[in-house]
Design a binder for this molecule. Sequence first.
Ligand SMILES: Nc1nc2c(c(=O)[nH]1)N[C@H]1C(S)=C(S)[C@@H](COP(=O)(O)OP(=O)(O)OC[C@H]3O[C@@H](n4cnc5c(=O)[nH]c(N)nc54)[C@H](O)[C@@H]3O)O[C@H]1N2
Ligand SMILES: Nc1nc2c(c(=O)[nH]1)N[C@H]1C(S)=C(S)[C@@H](COP(=O)(O)OP(=O)(O)OC[C@H]3O[C@@H](n4cnc5c(=O)[nH]c(N)nc54)[C@H](O)[C@@H]3O)O[C@H]1N2
Ligand code: SF4
Ligand SMILES: [Mo]
Length: 694
Amino acid sequence: MTKESVFSVCGMCTVRCPIQVEVENGQVEFISGNPHVPAMKGAVCPRGAAGTALLNDNERPQTPLIRTGERGEGKWRKVGWGEALDFVAKKLNQIKDEYGARAITFSDRGGPFRDMHRAFLKGLGTPNYNNHDSSCARNVQHAALSLTGMGRKAVSYDLKNAKHVVLQFRNIFEAINVQEVNDLMDALEKGCKLTVIDIRANISAAKASRFMMIRPGTDYAFNLAVIHELINKQLYDERFVSRYVEGFKALEEFVTPYTPEWAEKETGIEATTLRSFVQELAKASPSVIWHPGWMTARYKDSFYVCRSIYIINALLGSYGAKGGLPFVSKPADVGINGLKSFMDLYPSTDEKRADGVGWKYTHFEKGPGLTHLTFKAMEEQEPYPLKAYIAYRHDPLMGYPDPDRLRQIWDKLDLLVSVTFSWSDTAWHSDVVLPLSTYLERESIIATKNDLKPYFFVRKRAVAPRYDSLADWEIISGLARRMDLPDLVFDRVEDLWNFQLKDTGVTIEDFNAEGLVNLTDKARYKNFEDYKFGTDSGKIKIISKNLEENGQPSLRPYEPPTFPKAGQYRLTFGRCALHTQGHTVNNPLLGEQMPENTLWINTAEAQKLNISDKDIVTMSQNGYSETIRAQVTDHIHPEAVFLIHGFGHRIKVESRAFGKGLADNKFMAGGLDIWDKAGGAVAYQEHFVTVSKV
Ligand SMILES: Nc1nc2c(c(=O)[nH]1)N[C@H]1C(S)=C(S)[C@@H](COP(=O)(O)OP(=O)(O)OC[C@H]3O[C@@H](n4cnc5c(=O)[nH]c(N)nc54)[C@H](O)[C@@H]3O)O[C@H]1N2
Ligand SMILES: Nc1nc2c(c(=O)[nH]1)N[C@H]1C(S)=C(S)[C@@H](COP(=O)(O)OP(=O)(O)OC[C@H]3O[C@@H](n4cnc5c(=O)[nH]c(N)nc54)[C@H](O)[C@@H]3O)O[C@H]1N2
Ligand code: SF4
Ligand SMILES: [Mo]
């Protein structure tokens, strides 16, 4: 009997927690949090624990597949890797010859393991790399950049040392990051206050010292009144503002009309409540974290809500502070050379991005672009034809609005490839499916975590692949070999890791003891005098030239959202602790725990519609209807109905998920065109449905 313990990285969601995998006779027996990372406390979340069920799942793609019938018909030919990669490389080369490399587009799930496949695209010469973020956190990222010249991850959330944490459309105890959950629990035990502002009472609200139910879509009004109150009552951090904020006067004038009484009418939250909340914040300042949000692709003004949150953090002096938003360190900050990047092997192309980012829209970050605008470019074949699309660990048919329209758009493509470890609607609709080994069966490239205590980490293979699947680096190497990019061809993962580590002074053996390599032994906080923001002045700038030049005001006056008409409800959604987006619903363990979603509806509204708890109801939008079980509750705002996202699978290969629950994105007709012009993200919650008893 052989027994071993492998340090690795969880892949059940994009948080990528450090884990320890117990392996016995080549089988995974148990998965726990890496014990050398104190904030993990040896734990993983339910999804992390269900990784074994993913590994043993026989309803995932098991060999490369090439389509033989129509797209989506489900007729496949099983092929070997040689044939599959030859097929894809040949098609890509043909498209490149006929339309230029720019006709090749690619989107992925983001995260720390992107360097090699981005290098592959750069090597080919296409600018059209995208990630999923226009469906997730683009608004927060752009909000951070527009004020500080630094991305959202330039600061960390020092939850462990916080005295007051505010969650606004951020459900930290169900939309999980294990270390954040543990840190916040520790802080709460030490007396940290937790305020939750949400349209429904979620699990985080159940642990909060203050819960405010807000009228859906009016968060900006609330936040403007908070800024008003902080300034008007001189509760802000004068020292921070005078040293690090430019444009304070303009802000002060701008918020003059936005009194707590004014906001009460918009949001439904009483002015007195807002006032006492702001007092509490000022008392805890600067150890306050008003979380700027994560899934913020919700409304047409979500970018401005995120900006207002960052402004509030600045007024409270939280930036840089212990227990607030301290700056992270990069390897270079602690005197260590960073990983050698595959991206640096190739020159940048001067081709314009198809989505317009970087030339038509200069207020958006070029790197990941905006996927929905790339789809738009595919639809119109403007500014130039897009002919190949590789969905790399990405399921846009579940994650973007209006999947029927997206399928039509993809009709314009000569090649659609999915690289995935589970079935998905997108994989099912593809021309070629390249099965990725699950995270327990594959290595990943080494990655860096910039943090208070920065570190390098790596995913090691815990067990051999069960099926004929490959790791990312093997797939990219295989394509690179066939497409004349010899620098990206590796036969052994060790050679690839050594390439990355070349200048760092770290060796791959250094990862053996703890699974990661800490670059300092102690969390580093910057001194107040040494803060430096990424703008030209090194300060936070309330007025953003870049925004204004793109026709977007820095300080946007409040406009109420479109509200539901009589008989309609705003369709809202979020996560639960048991599932990750759309890709765990068919997991045998997690699917059993939670097989379907339900429709939350407010008790008084349900009564009007003669709906009781657990009744089957019909939800409709624009002539499209499906049925679902109602969850009647007082704990949701009467204007909204709510669903857990990710259900409603309709492909038979996923027998456990098939036909259970419904998919929110099918009730978002025209949704690819509804987006936040200042922040870039799709506005998913600007859609309305009707509900009736079956
Ligand atoms: N209507 C609506 N749309 C949404 C959302 C919503 O709540 N409602 N949420 C939005 C948000 S926040 C996001 S992030 C996107 C997510 O959208 P996606 O990024 O598309 O979602 P995932 O299901 O995480 O992953 C996509 C595919 O990658 C495959 N995969 C392969 N390997 C891996 C791996 O190593 N790790 C992971 N995690 N997946 C792998 C999965 O099997 C899955 O099929 O959707 C967005 N779209
Ligand atoms: N268990 C689990 N954890 C996850 C994920 C997962 O799929 N499962 N996904 C990961 C990913 S990709 C992401 S992006 C994050 C998402 O993390 P979060 O953004 O925290 O998660 P959500 O549940 O999408 O949304 C949070 C809350 O927003 C509320 N909300 C909706 N509309 C409004 C509104 O108008 N105003 C206010 N104030 N609140 C509103 C919802 O009711 C919900 O409680 O979670 C990550 N962690
Ligand atoms: S939060 Fe859970 S699913 Fe996500 S990486 Fe961590 S343990 Fe895995
Ligand atoms: Mo996300």
